[in-house]
Design a protein around this ligand. Structure first.
Ligand code: GUN
Length: 281
């Protein structure tokens, strides 16, 4: 069993981004800029946004965090995004999810200029991804593909089971895998027999937020298991969606939690923001 070390791969990606930022500054006097919109006071969202801002600082980006109370109106959020769309110093706009209940998330995401949509959530980019065209791709699934590349795991022709069908993770993950010529099954909360699907798969990718969902009898011997779940237990420790202790001995490769997919999400956000800045005209 080999661990897929997301922490060190994320560092490697960040170091490449840093080098390219310095080059962009020197050659074109461009400093990549990321604007993050944070609404309300969800502690997890605040923690993620802080980590994103710190990562931006580390690679030499210009970054701003625009915080708003959860009483803010949808129109005010839209006006803020429109202002950022028109700001030439801002290459990437990220609206931290989830949004308060009175706000229509789909509507908000569609206001972001697709060229600044570094989260890859705009329907324009999702449509281009599904079509196999160049696009911004959601950071977490993009980070998983980067892990496959780094560990020379070729998904072509493999049976892959993606557990979870969210717009942020499961659907773009499945699209990327399909584009890479894997045979993809997507399971979700209404799937009748999850084990029947996971136990046949060469690769299982799970991101649903249910601690210990994937158990040892649900994966085949030699499988590759990618755990996107990040769950906080009652004693405060972080665990994924996979029963790591019992599943890992059966795997050829597995990602740990923490230190697996998590750090890759931020690394790919930096990479996407750099790409947006490189596309400035
Ligand atoms: N909430 C949970 N994950 C994400 C993410 O990748 N991007 C944004 N914007 N919000 C999130």
């Amino acid at each position: 069993m080999q661990l897929i070390d997301g922490k060190s791969l994320a560092k490697k990606v960040q170091s490449t981004v840093s080098t390219e930022v310095a080059q962009l500054k020197q050659e074109k006097n461009i400093v990549p800029g990321l604007a993050v919109i944070l609404i309300g006071d969800d502690p997890a969202s605040h923690a993620y946004v802080k980590m994103k801002a710190k990562a931006c600082e580390n690679v030499g980006f210009y970054s701003i965090t625009h915080s708003m109370p959860d009483t803010i109106s949808q129109d005010e959020i839209i006006a803020t995004i429109e202002m950022m769309n028109g700001n030439p110093r801002i290459d990437g706009i990220l609206v931290q999810l989830p949004l308060p209940k009175h706000v229509d998330t789909d509507k908000i995401l569609e206001v972001i200029d697709p060229k600044k949509d570094v989260d890859g959530f705009h329907a324009y980019n999702v449509g281009r991804l599904v079509t196999g065209l160049e696009s911004f791709v959601a950071c977490t699934p993009l980070g998983v593909m980067k892990m496959f590349e780094e560990y020379h795991i070729d998904v072509k022709g493999k049976d892959v089971c993606v557990v979870g069908a969210s717009n942020i993770v499961g659907k773009p993950m499945a699209a990327l895998l399909l584009n890479a010529e894997a045979t993809v099954t997507i399971t979700h909360i209404f799937t009748k027999d999850l084990k029947a699907h996971t136990s046949k798969a060469d690769i299982v990718v799970v991101g649903v937020g249910v601690p210990g969902l994937i158990k040892a009898d649900m994966v085949k011997e030699g499988a590759i298991v990618i755990d996107i779940g990040i769950n906080r237990t009652e004693n405060g420790s972080l665990v994924g969606d996979v029963d790591f202790e019992n599943v890992s001995p059966k795997c050829s490769y597995i990602t740990p939690v923490p230190g697996g997919v998590g750090p890759m999400t931020i690394a790919m956000l930096l990479s996407n923001t750099l790409k947006a800045a490189q596309g400035r005209i």
